[in-house]
Each structure stands twice: as structure tokens, then as C-alpha cells.
Design a protein around this ligand. Structure first.
Ligand SMILES: [Zn+2]
Length: 368
């Protein structure tokens, strides 16, 4: 574990940003219920004007389907990212929440599988809307385990409710609370509990759970959720086996971070007989996987990255690299002409991530 060095300017700035955000949250959260509801309503109306048209999607015909993975873990699919849930005597833990419009169906399925046990924790693998959109409703449907005066403090903070905790990496909170475009979601949808070191440990439902930050991979706030007792990893979008990865460069993603995350998953997984099964990996999108699947994906990423890097180091432009078709032999399996993770965008983002830096125009512009 890395202990943050407060003499480091970047660490100091991060701490200041966190303190400002915490005070902002506190100010909002300690306002009277009427003021808070007005603020929430205002942000919902602004969202309605700005964001909804783009996000408008009809979920009426989409069913939530679930499968037992192993141990205490189930995988739920619907619209958006895959959802992982852990069920035990202490209640339910939910990893990722799809879209707001899917929340009621997810809650119904979680209640069916768990026999109505309370949802205690939500974990967000990263900040994207197709993984955190149901945070508010699913947290409100849950209940924290709290005792003594703390219960009263939470009731005061939430205007009477006792929603589930929402855990995420601090960079994910920063992106949820200050999106690059549009307004942030209501405060009740934000993570309540964040960390900025390499990992966070939890113990819930009788098993150790490790939250492992994967720096600058799909975004800058990705975490793997490793259920050590059940032997399952919920990977979020650092591993999506239906397509090439969506490297969200604007949110701090990079090809080398994605390759590193795939290698970290391979380090944690142990296959059973004949390289099949053993540790299971729930991808952000796509089908349930085991180590052999992740190895195939890691090899694909590494081979394509090295091809593009080789061409870039020989001075080829992006257009020349695209014309050389560095992904051709994998396109049948992972390629797509349009949409998130499409082949063209993938090649472009890998190229920009591995090309040699431009030489400085003159000495004065050189970075110090
Ligand atoms: Zn994502």
C-alpha cells in the first residue's frame, strides 16, 4: 500500500480538492430538507433540459436476467454495464447500478434473489453513467448498518432516510460530482465513501473483499472488486470481452493502463482443471469469463498495442497506421464499425497513447 506523501504538490492539491468537495457536500447535505429538495429538483430540471435527450432510452422491454456465478455471487444483466451482487446473512452488496431507468427492475430482481434482504453497500467500479445511473434509487431502497448517535446523524443528513453506503475511488467521485458536460446527478447518487490509495479492504457476509485501483486504464478511477471467499472478480470496464476496450482518454484512460489492469486480473485469477473455471471474472460488458478469456484479451491488446507502437516509432502518421490495418486478424471477434469501442476510435486512441512525443518547438516551450 502506498502512503500518500503530503510533501508532494499533487497529493496536497488532491487533498484540498477533496476537502472542498466534502465541505460542498456537507453544505448541501446540512441544508433544510426543503432547500435540499429544491436544489435536487433544480438539478433534475437542468438535467432534463441538457442531458435527458441524449440519455433518453426506453427500458420498457428490457428484462433483468441473473445467473449464479459461484459462492455468494450473482451476475445480473439488463441495459448498461453488468451488475454483480453478493448475498449473505449481513445483507446485499451491489457492484454497479446500470441506468436510473433500470433501477426498479434491478431492485425487484435483487429482492427476489435475496429474499428481501437489505441492500447495505453499493460499489461503483468507475464513473460512467451506464454503471452508476441507478445509484440514487438503489441506495434509497437499502439500509446502512449503523448504531448509536451515528444513525441520528445519517437521518439528519438524508432528511430521514437511511440509504446504503456508496463506495468508489475518489477519482470516480470527482467525475460524478463534476462531469465534463452537463450537470451532476443529485447529491444522493454520489459516492458517500471514497479512497485514494491503491486499495481498500472490506469484510462483509463472511468474506474478504478487496477494492483495487487500476490507475489510468478505462478511466482514472477504475477499481476491481475481488471477492476472495467466493473467488470472483467484478472487473468493470477495464475488461469488456464483447468488443475492443473503450479507452476514455478524456477521463484519464490509457492503453497501457488497460493492459496493466488485464495483467493484474491474471495475477489474481487461478484456473481450475485444464485451465477452465476456478476464479470467475464478471466483465463490465459481455459474458462471464475465466482466466483463459482474460489471457486471450490481454494478448490481443498487447499484440495490437505493439504493432501500432512499432509503426508510430517508424514515423507513420495515424492515417498510415489505420491503412495498415493493425487489428485486422482480431476484427472478426472484437471489431465494430460504430458505437463505443469501435475499431477506428480504438486504433486512434492506442496510437495517441504510444506515439513518440513531438519534439519541442524551441527551448522556451520545453517542459520543466
Ligand atoms: Zn465505462
Amino acid at each position: 500500500m502506498v502512503v500518500p506523501d503530503v510533501n508532494d504538490a499533487a497529493v496536497r492539491q488532491r487533498i484540498v480538492v477533496t476537502m472542498v468537495e466534502r465541505s460542498m457536500k456537507t453544505r448541501w447535505s446540512t441544508a433544510s430538507p426543503v432547500v435540499r429538495r429544491t436544489l435536487v429538483l433544480a438539478s433534475v430540471l437542468i438535467l432534463g433540459a441538457v442531458g435527458m435527450a441524449a440519455q433518453q432510452q426506453n427500458f420498457d422491454n428490457i428484462q433483468v436476467r441473473s445467473m449464479h456465478v459461484q459462492g455468494k455471487i450473482w451476475m445480473l444483466v439488463g441495459a448498461g454495464g453488468n451488475v454483480t451482487i453478493q448475498i449473505g446473512d449481513d445483507g446485499v452488496l451491489v457492484v454497479d447500478t446500470q441506468f436510473d431507468g433500470m433501477a426498479d427492475k434491478l431492485i425487484a430482481e435483487i429482492n427476489r434473489l435475496s429474499g428481501g434482504k437489505p441492500i447495505r453497500y453499493i460499489i461503483n467500479t468507475h464513473s460512467h453513467g451506464d454503471h452508476v445511473g441507478g445509484n440514487q434509487k438503489i441506495a434509497a431502497a437499502g439500509a446502512q448498518i449503523v448504531a448509536g448517535n451515528f444513525a441520528g446523524q445519517i437521518a439528519f443528513r438524508t432528511g430521514g432516510g437511511n440509504p446504503a453506503f456508496i463506495i468508489a475511488h475518489e477519482n470516480a467521485l470527482n467525475r460524478i460530482s463534476r462531469p465534463a458536460q452537463g450537470e451532476p446527478p443529485p447529491f444522493e447518487a454520489w459516492p458517500t465513501d471514497t479512497f485514494f490509495v491503491e486499495s481498500k479492504d472490506m469484510y462483509f457476509n463472511g468474506e474478504a473483499i478487496r477494492l483495487l485501483h487500476q490507475p489510468n486504464a478505462h478511466t482514472d478511477g477504475d477499481i476491481l472488486v475481488h471477492f476472495r471467499g467466493s473467488d470472483v472478480i467484478s472487473a468493470g470496464d477495464v475488461y469488456t470481452n464483447a468488443r475492443y476496450p473503450n479507452i476514455d482518454v478524456a477521463a484519464g484512460g490509457s492503453i497501457n493502463g488497460i493492459v496493466a489492469a488485464a495483467n493484474n486480473i491474471i495475477d489474481l485469477t487461478v484456473p481450475a482443471d485444464k485451465q477452465e473455471g476456478g476464479t470467475y471474472v464478471i466483465p463490465g460488458h459481455g459474458r462471464l469469463a475465466d482466466e483463459a478469456d482474460v489471457v486471450e484479451y490481454r494478448d490481443m491488446l498487447t499484440i495490437i498495442r505493439d504493432r501500432i507502437q512499432d509503426l508510430a516509432q517508424k514515423g507513420q502518421t495515424l492515417e498510415q497506421v489505420k491503412a495498415a490495418k493493425p487489428t485486422l486478424d482480431y476484427d472478426g471477434r472484437f471489431g465494430a464499425a460504430t458505437g463505443i469501442g469501435n475499431t477506428d476510435t480504438f486504433v486512434e486512441r492506442v496510437y495517441n497513447g504510444v506515439k513518440p512525443p513531438d519534439p519541442p518547438a524551441n527551448n522556451r516551450n520545453r517542459r520543466r
